[in-house]
Design a binder for this molecule. Sequence first.
Ligand code: PEP
Ligand code: MG
Length: 601
Amino acid sequence: MVKKDTEKKEMIFNGIPAAPGIAFGEVFVVNVDELPVTPDPISSKDIKPEIAEFEDALKRTGEELSELHKALAAEMGEDHAKILDSHIMILADEMMKDETIDLIKKEKVGAAYAFTKIIDKTLTAFEHMEDQYLKERAEDIKDVKRRVIRNLLGQKTEGIANLRKKAIVVARNLTPSDTVGFKRKYVLAFVSDTGGRTSHAAIIAKSIGIPAVVGLDQFSSHAKPYDQLIVDGLTGQVVLNPKPETVKLYKEAQRRFVEIEKELLTLKDYPAVTLDERLIELSGNIEMEEEVENVIRHGARGIGLFRTEYFFITRGTLPGEEEQYRYYKEVVKKVAPDPVLFRTLDIGGDKIAKWVDDSKEDNPYMGWRGIRFTLSRKDIFRTQLRAIFRAAAHGRARVMFPMVSVVDEVRQAIAICNEVKDDLKRERYQYGEDVEIGIMIETPSAVVMSDLLAREVDFFSIGSNDLVQYALAVDRGNSRISYLYDTLHPAILRMINDTVTSAHNAGIWVGLCGEMASDTRIIGILLLIGLGLDEFSASAYFIPEIKKIIRSVTYDETRVLVKKALKMSTSAEIIKLCNEFIEEKRPELLEYIPQDPISER
Ligand code: PEP
Ligand code: MG
């Protein structure tokens, strides 16, 4: 029996704040573990009912899948729903059904065991296939197996897609594609045992505006269905079965949060300019077209990072030129006359597309990622570039290559852009002639070579999420070592400083599109202003706050601050320096620093 909340003990957990906001709700545990299946013998008279149960489980799984298909199509479009086509085909396989029934009869075993035995045979065959596409279908087979077994054993499938009422999703681990599939109207927040501030599931939470806390270690084993939960995405605190007085404290914190958010939104139409009139371009990060309105509503002038890979990740097949063109064109038209910065496909790391040869790599973040992938799959690269250049004819576009680590990659990519433009001209397509081309600075070698790279391109955008992980050798998604993932590490400030100097010496502009602009809050933004960045791009929610800070300080005073910070040897010293600056010079900014409601008790 489910205990009443009042009988349950309040438990407080501390994780990594990944997306801001405070949520209250019931726990929905996403159960991804396989259920144990044993070869229990059955008697002859049980054979018939066992087969009937098996058939019923197949039917129920089929209904579940088509419901999921329908929901996905309605929410994200028909193309996204195609991701389930192979699941539906696997389930409908008559041979698998017949062989399972034969085994039940012959060996007198339960349906779950018989089905596992048969489907595992197919699974092994698929896993050993040479053809990468077929190899990947193994994951789909596993999913179908899990669903049928759950239905057979009478357990409720706790897949995210089964969420039918508002709740907080609790999981051990969430992938970017899990989060893309969230039904926004039901998911109040999410928490996970694994993950870091800049793992891509966290980035999606920020983009869709739901609070999230990650890196909670063993939290999911404590949370049970129907438990009550508070998620504080500002401080990283999660309270299980809170006492009424705790709820009261958080309600107050939520009220403060909403009030500040409302106040900051009044800056929407004001420019991001410092008190001594240095204008900074402030734009938004998006992963999907649907986010454009939200970013503009928060006062961004243009898109400073369009992570185009999400369009590729969320579908079962590789999108063609026309499909991409139509999609990109919509974004360009919505944002015009401001620019849209298209980052070319950044597949790899934790962003895996179903149609890609994703044979497991030992170090995926250092593997076949970003520009490395697109330069070795030029067919995919060219198709995407054609679609982007054609979309550029409808407004303003910029193109940027991710994960650059050698000059030659940039030269090759630019040569392909030129070929693509020539082809489009010859084929009499309309396309953008004056598309600026830039690169992300997110590897240490790109920083060290930034003076030379700056001669090759029109702009730089610093990808702090990756730069921090590569420079400090800290996996950005690994919660165990997240204490080392430090955006304010002196090495990072020095690297940004070197990059800005190289860019300005070469007469090009330099922005930053990593989460640093949003995650380090006031301190990070003060330093980034003083470091001389020309542009910031961040998730929608943070844009008003960044604007507020820019409008509250002088460029000169932040330069003085940065000069001192660049001489310091630890981030603690840098934080102290910045806090003193805020307290002495700009105390009005203190109210934007999130407070922990429990310690205030
Ligand atoms: C980055 O690395 O900072 C970045 C913006 O790219 P992503 O987070 O998509 O890797
Ligand atoms: Mg990156």
